[in-house]
Design a binder for this molecule. Structure first.
Ligand code: WTA
Length: 685
């Protein structure tokens, strides 16, 4: 069933219902900030005529401008095929290769230019500057290994569980060169989480690294591959090969043993492929480029399938015009390539534009809060991209640090969560030195690239608001009665996009029904219609639109918690808790956190005959970490005598959320067991 939870109206104080949405809706309207004339003079896009060119009556042909940024083997015949809604097909008949567009086509003019600056976390280790020529060589050699040693071919899936190192984009591009569908799993995810994604995508090959640096420690990463392969086998799926890159080439840095016949050290094997070149595969535009798993309303993560042609066109256009990337720019997106932001805006978008893209291995505050600014100074980074969580952490750890370093950003991006206006202002004044423009970009794993943002050379900025739909994107807010909420109504509703766009995911891997159900069925005007106008895309976020047309995103309307900008399903965390045999019921609620935005609190009740203990609570917390990863670790595990429940037996999560946030849970007299509320309050105190 699509989620029909009513959205609260702004302005009304509702203690127990306080959600991310409510916090944001109470922010007052902020004044505007203007881009500098210096920025506008050099901007890739400053022509206001763009919005006329991208008006809905010119849909879908306006998207030809996106695809024209790429090199095609064969031009497409049809810009958009809508014959099987909502499975849109973009640039039908076109043939293209993503790796060719990100690497080969730049060699003639940019072969000596740095494609990737790899910055190791230990500050004494030298930065590696990988030129486009070197990237070309390394991608080709690794592609030859994938093809000739592993026997992989176009359409096969390969799981990557790689940390933030240059070998990750190299591996992705090598897959893309052969038409292999890559599925990169965030390196912070556990071996078990990796196994689930291996099984779902039916990958026979896992690509990983022996070790990497995180917060000052060289972590054993190979250990997770061992768990992943074992767990996958338990689920009936065999991984034939584990390819292991060495963090320090020539030296194996993990205490975990290699399995003979299965595990291969990439750096050794690559010697056999020295000098090998692989022709890029001529792929249909609509063939899948990669899968990116994300959390949704059910326990199982879903594999969002992105296309080659449409996706690459979308991220290239948005990188050029929303992030204002020019080939001479040094661009640093501090996200992890294990998330969609890194795929689109560390790897594919910037490299398609022949920019220099920074890949930083570790945490921003290692060894101190000046680190990002030293990196920016050293590499002369002029475009910077990060999340509100990172901005809050850097602000707390070193509010005056940026001023100590001689770097200058012309442009900065924020993504992943709502940013509080006062944090935005610190970002603008201190990090951006009051010179940089800021774009607050709203979008999702499913979308491939930005949906709402100001156009930096055209629009004014407004702290706390993402901005209007980007050129070509036509959002609409519906209320629960399916009525459109006009700009300036002051009411929150479900934000949807009226039109398809090339970056949108094609389907959920092996689950097309869920794709239709979750994103389209709620506001579909006629399920038999072949007209795209009847199929608005429902994002799953609450939003309000101000009179100036800017959207303020209020947060998820479903069972997703946004922890430090990372998407976690409450169901995923709850199922992990239920692995512990003593646990009867589990409920996760988001709690406000000054740095991470939201963190999960986990409430559990035990089966009869068991008594609460720290030992049980620790085991539950441990289960969450081993099932998902440390990012999902609950702030607290509260073992309660009983869950607050409605008469029909539904757990009242909003009551638990209010207790966690030390807010008034409101009227609880309608609960089946109101007396439990005070007992839980006592436990949380
Ligand atoms: C949230 C990340 C407010 C939103 C690219 C969305 C945001 C979810 C913003 C997707 C923003 C993303 N302002 N909220 N600028 N950007 N979100 O799939 O709730 O990891 O649905 O994609 O993050 O997270 P995901």
């Amino acid at each position: 069933m699509p989620n029909k939870k009513p959205l609260r109206r702004p302005g009304k104080q509702q203690s127990a219902d306080i959600s991310e949405a409510q916090i944001a809706v109470h922010w007052r309207e902020e004044g505007y900030f203007s881009p500098s004339s210096k920025f506008i003079a050099q901007a890739n896009l400053a022509d206001k005529g763009i919005f006329k060119r991208f008006s809905l009556d010119k849909f879908p042909e306006y998207y030809r401008e996106f695809a024209d940024l790429l090199d095609w083997y064969k031009r497409w015949k049809k810009t958009l095929d809508t014959s099987n809604p909502p499975f849109w097909r973009w640039f039908v008949g076109g043939e293209i290769n993503a790796c060719y567009n990100c690497v080969d086509r730049h060699l003639a003019r940019h072969k000596n230019k740095t494609a990737i600056h790899f910055v190791p976390e230990p500050e004494h280790e030298a930065v590696q500057h990988i030129t486009y020529q070197e990237l070309f060589v390394r991608v080709n050699e690794f592609a030859a290994l994938l093809r000739d040693f592993c026997g992989l071919k176009a359409g096969d899936r390969v799981t990557l569980h790689m940390p933030m190192v240059a070998e990750l984009p190299i591996a992705m591009l090598a897959c893309a060169r052969l038409g292999i569908i890559h599925s990169q799993v965030f390196s912070g995810f556990s071996g078990k989480a990796c196994a689930d994604r291996i099984v779902d995508s039916e990958s026979r090959v896992l690509i990983t690294m022996d070790a990497y640096y995180r917060a000052g420690t060289l972590l054993d990463h190979k250990e997770k591959a061992e768990i992943a392969v074992t767990e996958a086998a338990r689920e009936g799926h065999k991984v034939d090969r584990v390819l292991i890159w060495q963090r320090y080439p020539g030296k194996y840095s993990s205490p975990t043993k290699l399995a003979e016949g299965r595990d291969v050290i990439v750096n050794d094997l690559l010697r056999k492929y020295r000098g090998k070149r692989v022709e890029p595969a001529r792929m249909p535009a609509e063939a899948p480029l990669f899968l990116m798993y994300t959390s949704g309303t059910t326990g199982r993560p879903k594999g969002c399938q992105h296309s080659i042609g449409g996706y690459l066109a979308y991220v290239t256009w948005t990188s050029k015009y929303i992030q204002d990337i020019h080939p001479e720019d040094v661009y640093w997106c501090m996200a992890d390539i294990g998330w969609i932001t890194g795929h689109s805006y560390i790897v594919y978008g910037p490299l398609a534009l022949a920019a220099s893209s920074v890949v930083y291995e570790g945490v921003p505050t290692q060894p101190d809060a000046g680190r990002p600014w030293r990196i920016a100074e050293q590499l002369d980074v002029n475009i910077f991209h990060t999340s509100p969580t990172a901005i809050r952490a850097l602000r707390r750890a070193g509010p005056d640090e940026p001023a100590k370093y001689h770097y200058h950003f012309k442009h900065m991006t924020t993504v992943g969560e709502p940013i509080e206006p006062e944090v935005w202002k610190w970002y603008h004044k201190m990090v951006g030195k009051s010179e940089a423009v800021i774009v607050d970009t709203w979008w999702q794993t499913e979308n491939g690239g930005f949906l709402c943002s100001t156009v930096p050379g055209i629009h004014k900025m407004k702290p706390g608001s993402a901005g209007p739909g980007i050129p070509g994107i036509h959002p609409v807010i519906y209320d629960d009665q399916d009525k459109e909420l006009p700009a300036g109504s002051g009411k929150a509703g479900n934000i949807c996009i009226r039109n398809p766009w090339p970056g949108g995911f094609q389907t959920i891997w092996k689950d097309p029904d869920r794709f239709v159900r979750q994103y389209y069925s709620r506001y579909c005007k006629n399920p038999r219609s072949k007209n795209w106008r009847d199929w608005p895309y429902m994002a799953g976020d609450g939003a309000v639109q101000a009179a100036d047309g800017y959207y303020r995103i209020l947060g998820r309307i479903d069972d997703v918690i946004n922890v430090a900008g990372h998407r976690l399903g409450t169901k995923e965390i709850e199922s992990a808790a239920l692995i512990i045999p003593e646990v009867a019921e589990a409920a996760v609620v988001p709690v406000a956190d000054p740095i991470k935005g939201r963190v999960p609190d986990l409430y559990v009740s035990l089966k009869p005959g068991f008594t609460a203990s720290k030992e049980i609570a620790d085991r539950i917390s441990g289960a969450v970490v081993s099932e998902i990863g440390p990012i999902a670790r609950p702030r607290a595990v509260v073992i309660v005598p009983d869950m607050p429940k409605t008469r029909s037996g539904k757990i009242m999560r909003r009551v638990l959320a209010a207790i966690s946030d030390h807010k008034d849970p409101g009227d609880v007299s309608t609960l089946a067991n109101p007396e439990v509320v005070d007992k839980i309050k006592e436990l949380v105190k």
